[in-house]
Design a protein around this ligand. Structure first.
Ligand SMILES: C[S@@+](CC[C@H](N)C(=O)[O-])C[C@H]1O[C@@H](n2cnc3c(N)ncnc32)[C@H](O)[C@@H]1O
Length: 146
């Protein structure tokens, strides 16, 4: 029997094409790792990215990028901090991928427009990721979610 191996956080081609579907306008890929989507790729540790910076302190102005794609590190507690920063910088859309079971804040002006479950190896509990696609509702001010 032949087997193939891939680092578990690396995307399959099918996954990448699902996420690519939601890219619109200027795009920033936060926690990009070695993936290839997005006009600008940002990561704190990977050497071959456009911007080396912390996802919790992005060097971009409020609402300056149309779409932000993010596959954050799989650590509990970090994701919501990163998402807060993405909400500051994203003008229209956030594509957020996670292994963890996140409860997003209710007061958010961000509307969930799609939720995908991505399973591997038959989709047992430890091998399932979720992709949330949020869109900013019109006429919301920055103060509404801080
Ligand atoms: C789950 S992996 C993403 C992997 C990516 N989808 C790929 O195909 O290579 C998370 C990435 O976040 C990066 N990272 C971890 N902490 C970070 C931080 N505070 N700010 C920015 N990037 C961070 C890691 O270096 C890693 O590349």
């Amino acid at each position: 029997m032949s087997m193939t191996f891939r680092k578990s956080w690396q995307w399959t081609r099918q996954e990448a094409s699902l996420y690519a579907r939601y890219l619109t306008g200027s795009s920033l890929h936060v926690c990009a790792g070695t993936a290839n989507l997005g006009d600008v790729k940002l990561d704190l540790y990977q050497p071959f990215v456009d911007v080396k910076a912390d996802a919790m302190k992005l060097p971009f102005r409020d609402r300056s990028i149309t779409t932000i794609l993010c596959d954050p590190p799989w650590l509990h507690g970090v994701e919501l901090k990163i998402l807060k920063e993405l909400r500051r910088v994203a003008k229209k859309r956030i594509i957020f991928i996670t292994m963890n079971d996140i409860r997003f804040p209710r007061s958010s002006p961000w509307k969930l427009i799609a939720l995908w479950h991505i399973s591997r190896n038959g989709g047992n509990q430890h091998n399932i990721k979720a992709c949330y696609v949020f869109e900013r509702e019109a006429n919301q001010s920055l103060e509404d979610y801080q």
